[in-house]
Design a protein around this ligand. Structure first.
Ligand SMILES: *Cc1c(COP(=O)(O)O)cnc(C)c1O
Length: 399
């Protein structure tokens, strides 16, 4: 699953370059840095790797979503559609820009259901955020076509799927822009960090300026203090140390994915022996980043039995319906409209509620997730570990 497993000499060497110059800031310090620009280099390499025209590094995957939404011009009064199975950061970012999150069902891809997306689009829809959950693609081409027909931008939340592709094209590059996360449990990590990619130079310019207080980064004799600005921004700048680690991690990504695919295929064979089991639908099985193995049982009762046996035999799997961070019905702080803002914003404005979430919404997603179990796949899984898991799965196939 994550880059922390293979943190090593390459990362240390990259960090040493930065420590040798003592320049931790991505801009300025021209003489002292001796030509070393790690964040810029990471951006260039990330863009080249994914095949995107531009990449903008930021402080986190959450910040990447907010910076992208802001640059797309999304704000109060707008609705943004995402799926009810994602990490909370996706809708937090929507609320952060003052817009209203609208949730779709997921389908057998465990990602956005394009049919339900059509039901949820209104005149207020300002952006659509499909999430490529757990290393595997949403029906992004279908979603993009629906959005294009209505001239709505698509932001792909690719936080969990760096390196995943559909017939060679990287997830995150199908939409108007795509965001990535490098937090400690993601496939490549910089401790904290994120990236937005886009082919649109104007959108990239807005993101670059916004993430740095509006600095226009046009060289001028007065230096950084004398740069111009077209609008106000905020600070979501990545540090040089993070950029350095990112360069080392990115160089290892393809070999990490290859190792995960091997481990995943092996476990998949063992899971396939469970009667009635089906696997998550893959748009392109070869492009899956293999960070997770998701399998679905015929009913919730069977899922519970299988889950219990696996747990008893030391091979516990995750049930996302029970996990409190990833599924709509478990987000009591969203459903309960809990905010620190005294006047109730963003759930209320002018003393009125802006929207209401029904805890019984998304029955199709609930039914799917209730029947589904998921294994995170590691890069390093010992023969003993794999054998133990296979034995547990053998037991589970008998309940
Ligand atoms: C991790 C994650 C994020 C947020 O990334 P951070 O770097 O942790 O802020 C956003 N969306 C999804 C789907 C994620 O899994």
């Amino acid at each position: 699953m994550p880059g922390f497993e293979i943190f090593g000499e390459e990362e240390k060497r990259q960090i040493a370059d930065v420590l040798d110059t003592g320049v931790l800031f991505r801009y300025e310090f021209t003489e002292q840095r001796r030509g070393i620009y790690k964040v810029r280099e990471f951006e260039e390499k990330f863009a080249a790797y994914t095949g995107a025209g531009h990449a903008q590094a930021v402080t986190s995957g959450s910040a990447a979503l907010k910076v992208a939404l802001t640059a797309l011009g999304v704000g109060p009064g707008d609705e943004v559609i995402t799926q009810g199975f994602t990490f909370v950061a996706t809708w937090e970012a929507i609320l952060e820009v003052g817009a209203i999150p609208v949730f779709t069902e997921i389908d057998t891809t465990l990602n956005m259901d394009p049919d339900d997306l059509k039901n949820k689009i209104t005149d207020q829809t300002a952006c659509i955020i499909p999430v490529h959950m757990c290393g595997s693609a949403a029906r992004i081409q279908q979603i993009k076509a629906i959005a294009d027909a209505r001239d709505i931008p698509v932001l792909e939340d690719t936080a969990q799927s760096v390196g995943a592709r559909i017939r060679g094209q990287h997830l995150g590059t199908f939409g108007t822009c795509g965001t990535f996360s490098f937090d400690p449990v993601k496939t490549i990590t910089t401790g904290e960090g994120g990236m937005v990619v886009t082919n649109d130079p104007e959108l990239h310019r807005k993101m670059m300026e916004y993430h740095d207080h509006g600095h226009d980064h046009v060289i001028n004799p007065g230096g950084r203090g004398g740069e111009g600005r077209s609008f106000y921004g905020f600070n979501y700048r990545m540090m040089e140390l993070q950029g350095a680690i990112g360069i080392a991690q990115l160089a290892k990504l393809d070999s990490m994915l290859a190792a995960q695919r091997k481990n995943k295929n092996r476990l998949k064979e063992a899971v396939a022996k469970i009667p009635g089991v089906t696997f998550r639908e893959q748009i392109d099985p070869h492009g899956d980043s293999a960070t997770f193995l998701a399998f679905t049982l015929s009913d919730a009762n069977h899922r519970k039995k299988v889950g219990t046996v696996l747990q008893e035999h030391g091979a516990a799997a995750i049930c996302w319906a029970e996990n409190t961070w990833h599924f709509y019905r478990r987000w009591e702080h969203l459903l309960g409209e809990r905010t620190l803002v005294n006047n109730g914003w963003p759930f209320a404005a002018g003393g009125k509620r802006r929207f209401v979430y029904d805890p019984q919404d998304l029955p199709q997603s609930a039914s799917l997730l209730d029947r589904t179990l998921v294994y995170p796949i590691s890069i390093r899984m010992s023969e003993t570990k794999l054998k133990d898991m296979e034995a547990a799965l053998e037991k589970a196939s008998q309940v």
